[in-house]
Design a protein. Structure first.
Lengths: 437, 285, 331
């Protein structure tokens, strides 16, 4: 009996002690902690990794002096108005699971005592994590989720920096309309009949469903026919029949919204089936990850993708080029639209803290609502960061953001060239799609 | 007609690979009544073997096939001796649980070593080549994989049904106790079943790596498909695994053509219907 | 009636150390939110209670019934969706949605149990897995349920006992504890009930049970139906706790497996097994994930977790409860 009692006691005490021991860190005066929630394991771990690197680079630039960079955070060495306090990013893994996102948000807010949160990439995780921030009254800056619903919830403590799906889809149709009017660089006006109808494949996740819905909405508004528009099970073992279906629809324009693994599979399968679309457009995510072009090499040439960044940005924006070099030195690959967005997320945090001159949530909230970062500070081709209501029902959504549409040219050693907005174009559009060798 | 030919061809090529993946699972179950959750992870190991041979040693990924099979065999035997042997005594839940642990371990070991990046094989005699016959355009690597799958199937079938070793294996699977009385080392037979199971699925992985992407979390989906394949064909039946694999490949391609979103649903429903009417699968005993 | 009440609340047939342990456990949970000041500790506690709740339900079919069910997540999903959709479309109070979710889940379980219990062992396990996956895909497909975009509920600013929404996790702590203790008392009654004895007889030897005049098939079907209903309760809680659900979140395969695993680690078929299992796996998983999940090298947390799982499966297939029982017999 005695031994058993001891075992029982031991079990309960050990469980209890595990629960009680928590990472309580001593508050340091010269440090501002920001919690970053990202999918660092699970199927989206490759993207999570690059997002983390983007955020880390930004924090490094804020905390140390980089005189060669022509943006204000590079000269600060900490947050000037907070006595040179350094930004400390505390990363938490969401595993891509909304439950984990919410729980890690609670941990960061109450145990790590972070000043605010940043993240969380997947829209589903952002939804639950931002609920915790809203309840606790802690600012949540979202640089990387694009589901339009997120900024339509009327939250008081949620700000979105990145443009959302509605923008990107608008960009896509501006590009298509522009093509028919001969505005695209290096391409004469293409008759609409050569681009119509469209075939759309989106993965069946929150983000994919939102993308498809936006494309269908804009197509109806702008009068574009859709021959095939369907969702497919994500990380499907095989996409031959889906690809075949798109080819069989005889649509000249293929639009895709998958994450990286499926994006690779789609391109490989199209190549195998000798598909001959005249235009291929990918909805960011899978189409801009380093794994995508590293894996496919020359097969990516000619593919268009909506994006927020391009390494070629350096031509139009010198600071973007320098930052990209630094990032490449750190990681071995170029900034992508995703990692550059989390870079901007940390940058927005730095500016906000500096403007607020305090780490109290209310002061930060005020600073966020009044924030105006001019475009020249940013690595993105945006006009700046300023929160407002650019589309109906949007609240606290950056209204100065914009997307770009890039084209892969000259890979494996090539570049992602900007095609849209047409005035920023860094190269001529390759049209029609050259096909695979 | 064109559509039908294409779909059937794609379905069969895919089905052959599914069948080879399922073969090992079926064999292991037949011999010792245990379902292996780590099966898809064994396949993932095979894919990484092909990847390493191709991108670090710059050899043709075809050369990796025997290596993948050998490493798969070793992995199977090692997991048998260190884990499976010990969990065989326990109830079915404990067995599922143990192999699930093995699955998590292999998956995250791969993530630890190779990072979560998505990879693929870029060079090789077969990689990226296509072949056109009439309307039909197929990837050469898919075609060759299909052929090699058939060959491996024939080989395993021959081992099981025509050799002395196979007879001992079958005896163990029919009645382990009786086999022991007849002087068969059943522990060795179990290890052998795990070895062959690991070798075939790793081989399937190395073949799949020719035209598929490689990432540490890839195994689960294939494990589930393999479960359905094996249960459909009947646990322990080699012919059953083969035909069920083809069937699942065809259904996936056909349903992908019409209702892509529900393509796995059809497989699960088919499995459900078959086992309800034939509770031991199509070819189970 | 008296007998029923006694069966529900009495633990007298259990040895003394179990009763003492149980009381200590209840006390710890009651004072927990006031003693522990780590928010994550509280969150882990809530998740532990949630999984203990899931485990208690699953233990019915998986432990007492000995049928390995790998599809419990579908019932969690039914509960979660019943609550979420009724709140979203018709503003139904939480307490109305819970019984409806339970009825839906139980009805579905009853429907599929009929063909499914013709199967045994692994065939049954994989059939449950397939059914759960079919439901998940149908929920992704179906627009009325929000499809892949899920259902999101609005935050209510003040504590609300009609819709069970609170800003502070302390409320949720006692709320899930209430659900948990109700289910535990139900299980206490169940194991002593006629059905409970019949079920254990079926698990130990189907042929012997049948020869005693027990309708094996009927016993399994009824148990499976009840298990379905019990699984839905935790789902309803998840909806009001996280305020957002989607099919990948509330009905994935991983959840089904995790539920079965917690029971298995603790000791399937014992009253305390699911609680012990959840008390070990959930904190382990969550603390390893929080400490190592964002490190330089990924995957260490899962590897540690996996090794522990394998060691338990190999060394003590009856779970932690098996170890405790053995030690007690020795001591």
């Amino acid at each position: 009996m005695k031994a058993s009692k001891r075992i029982f006691l031991f079990l309960f005490v050990s469980v209890l002690s595990i629960l009680i021991v928590s990472p309580t860190l001593f508050a340091q005066v010269k440090e501002v902690k920001i919690g970053v929630i990202l999918p660092l394991s699970g199927p989206l771990a490759p993207i999570g990794k690059s997002l983390k690197e983007g955020a880390e680079l930004a924090a490094d630039i804020v905390n140390n002096k980089y005189p060669e960079l022509d943006i204000s955070i590079a000269k600060w060495e900490g947050i000037p108005n907070l006595g040179g306090a350094k930004i400390k990013l505390i990363f938490a893994d969401s595993r891509g699971d909304p439950g984990w996102g919410s729980e890690q948000a609670k941990r960061l807010i109450e145990d790590e005592k972070v000043v605010g949160l940043l993240g969380a990439y997947q829209s589903a995780v952002t939804k639950t994590a931002s609920v915790e921030a809203e309840r606790a009254g802690i600012p949540f800056i979202n640089p990387d989720s694009t589901s339009p619903a997120l900024s339509k919830r009327g939250f008081k403590w949620f700000w979105r920096v990145t443009p959302h799906e509605t923008w990107f889809t608008k960009d896509l149709f501006d590009l298509l309309d522009g093509l028919t009017k001969g505005k695209a660089p290096g391409v004469k006006a293409v008759p609409k009949s050569k681009l119509e109808p469209l075939a759309v494949a989106a993965e069946n996740t929150e983000w994919g469903a939102a993308s498809l819905a936006e494309i269908e909405k804009f197509a109806k508004e702008r009068g574009w026919k859709i021959a095939e528009g369907f969702k497919y099970p994500h990380t499907a073992a095989d996409l031959t029949s889906e690809t075949r279906k798109m080819i069989a629809s005889k649509a000249p324009t293929f639009l895709f919204a998958p994450y990286v693994a499926d994006a690779i599979l789609f391109v490989k399968t199209m190549k195998e089936m000798k598909a001959k679309p005249r235009l291929i457009w990918g909805q960011d995510a899978g189409f801009v990850e380093a794994d995508f072009y590293k894996t496919l090499g020359a097969d990516v040439n000619g593919i268009l993708t909506r994006d927020l960044f391009s390494a070629e940005m350096g031509k139009v924006k010198p600071v973007a080029g320098k930052l990209n070099e630094m990032y490449k030195k750190m990681t071995g690959y170029d900034f992508s639209g995703s990692s550059a967005r989390d870079f901007v997320g940390v940058q927005v945090w730095a500016h906000v803290l500096n403007n607020a001159k305090s780490t109290s949530p209310e002061a930060i909230r005020k600073a966020l609502n009044e924030l105006h970062i001019p475009g020249k500070e940013l690595v993105m081709p945006w006009k700046g960061v300023k929160f407002g209501s650019p589309f109906p029902n949007d609240t606290q959504q950056n209204e100065l953001g914009s997307g770009v549409i890039n084209q892969y040219q000259g890979y494996p050693d090539g570049k992602l060239h900007i095609i849209y907005p047409f005035e920023f174009a860094t190269s001529k559009l390759i049209y029609p799609f050259p096909g695979w060798k | 007609m064109e559509l039908a030919t294409q779909l059937i061809a794609y379905g069969i090529l895919m089905g052959l690979v599914f069948a080879l993946i399922a073969l090992g699972l079926s064999l292991i179950f037949g011999v010792m009544n245990i379902v292996n959750f780590a099966h898809g992870e064994f396949m993932m190991v095979g894919m990484y073997v092909a990847f390493i041979i191709s991108s670090y040693f710059h050899l043709d990924p075809l050369i990796s096939l025997p290596f993948a099979a050998a490493i798969g065999y070793l992995l199977g035997v090692v997991s048998y001796h260190f884990l499976i042997h010990h969990i065989l005594r326990g109830p079915m839940v404990a067995q599922l649980f143990g192999t699930f642990g093995l699955m998590l371990f292999l998956r995250y070991l791969a993530m630890f070593i190779f990072t979560p990046d998505v990879r693929s094989i870029k060079q090789g005699i077969l990689v990226g080549k296509t072949l056109s016959i009439g309307w039909l355009t197929i990837d050469v690597s898919k075609g060759v994989s299909g052929g090699l799958c058939l060959l491996s199937f024939a080989l395993v079938y021959w081992i099981i049904h025509r050799t002395k070793l196979g007879r001992a294996l079958r005896a163990t699977s029919i009645d382990a106790e009786a086999a022991r009385y007849m002087g068969i080392d059943t522990k060795k037979m179990n290890a052998l079943a795990w070895g062959i199971g690991g070798a075939t699925v790793a081989l399937a992985g190395a073949l799949l790596a020719h035209y598929y992407y490689i990432t540490p979390t890839i195994g689960m989906l294939f494990t589930i498909i393999a479960f359905a394949t094996v249960a459909l064909g009947g646990f322990g039946s080699i012919v059953g695994a083969f035909l069920a694999g083809l069937m699942i490949g065809l259904i996936m391609v056909l349903s992908g053509q019409y209702v892509s979103e529900l393509k796995f649903t059809f497989i699960y429903i088919l499995y459900f219907l078959v086992v309800v009417f034939r509770p031991r699968g199509l070819f189970g005993w | 009636m008296r007998q029923v009440l006694k069966d529900i609340f009495s633990f007298e047939d259990r040895p003394r150390f179990e009763r003492i342990g149980f009381v200590v456990f209840i006390l710890i949970i009651l004072v927990f939110p006031w003693m522990v000041h780590s928010a994550y500790g509280r969150v882990v506690m809530i998740k532990f209670l949630l999984f203990a709740l899931f485990g208690l339900g699953w233990n019915l079919i998986g432990g007492y019934g000995g049928q390995v069910d790998l599809g419990q997540a579908k019932n969690v999903g039914f509960g979660a969706y019943a609550t979420a959709l009724m709140m979203f479309w018709w503003n139904t109070p939480f307490w109305v949605t819970v019984p409806i979710g339970m009825i839906v889940a139980a009805a579905e379980s009853f429907g599929v149990a009929y063909p499914m219990f013709r199967l045994k062992g692994h065939y049954f396990a994989i059939a449950t897995l397939c059914v759960a996956l079919v439901w998940k895909e149908l929920f992704v497909f179906w627009d009325w349920t929000g499809g892949a975009r899920g259902v999101e509920l609005t935050i209510r600013p003040t504590p609300d006992f009609t819709y069970m929404q609170f800003g502070s996790p302390i409320y949720y702590h006692y709320f899930i504890f209430l659900l948990f203790i109700t289910q535990l008392l139900f299980m206490n009654w169940f194991r002593k009930s006629k059905l409970g004895y019949e079920l254990q007889a079926v698990r130990d030897n189907e042929d012997a049970a049948a020869s005693l005049g027990i309708n094996v098939y009927r016993t399994k079907v009824i148990t499976y139906t009840i298990t379905g209903g019990l699984g839905a309760v935790g789902g309803s809680f998840m909806t009001v706790y996280y305020l957002y659900i989607d099919p990948d979140f509330v009905m994935p395969l991983d959840l089904s497996i995790l539920i079965a695993m917690t029971v298995m680690v603790g000791g399937a078929g014992s009253l305390w097994g699911p609680i012990i299992g959840a008390a070990i796996l959930i904190p382990l998983d969550m603390y390893l994930g929080a400490w190592l999940g964002a490190g330089k090298r990924l995957g260490i947390d899962f590897m540690v977790y996996a090794v522990i799982m394998m060691v338990i499966a190999a060394r003590e297939p009856r779970g932690i409860w098996g170890i405790i029982e053995r030690l007690r017999k020795k001591g």
